[in-house]
Write a protein that binds this ligand. Structure first.
Ligand SMILES: [Zn+2]
Length: 147
């Protein structure tokens, strides 16, 4: 079980020297903001998933506690770009200026299946992000390392 309130300091991946803010770390016992998101948000998250910069590789995977899933159900998977991918393993890092947002890849599932609406500042950062470019990796490293 890993819970962070939206925009709380993001410490899950260990010490970050920059301004790291958590987004989308939902757990069943905590309420969260619901609402629709713009068309394109899921596509942007899928693209980010494929190119996600990972400061460290974590072991194991997160499950969704909102679904009432049982131990043994296994990880949630989703088709992304023609491949069956595990959600709940990778983290999705979104740089924006001097801030970096850290979201679990389950955020795709939370938005699609649980009506979760991430904070506007995260959605805006995602909207202008191009995770396919070298700039994305460089921005993540720079903010993460506080340089
Ligand atoms: Zn769920």
């Amino acid at each position: 079980m890993t819970y962070f309130a939206d925009l709380a300091p993001f410490t899950y991946l260990g010490p970050c020297c920059g301004d790291a803010r958590a987004v989308g770390w939902l757990e069943a016992e905590h309420d969260y903001v619901r609402g629709s998101v713009q068309a394109g948000v899921i596509t942007a998250l899928e693209c980010l998933f494929q190119h996600a910069w990972q400061p460290i590789v974590t072991a194991g995977w997160h499950d969704c506690s909102l679904c009432g899933r049982q131990p043994g159900d296994g990880p949630i998977t989703r088709e992304i770009a023609g491949a069956r991918e595990l959600l709940g393993v990778k983290n999705l890092l979104v740089p924006a200026g001097r801030v970096i947002y850290g979201a679990p890849s389950l955020i795709i599932h939370y938005i699609e299946d649980h009506d979760y609406r991430p904070p506007d500042e995260f959605l805006e950062a995602l909207r202008v992000l191009d995770p396919t470019g070298d700039d994305y990796q460089a921005a993540c490293e720079r903010i993460w390392n506080g340089s």
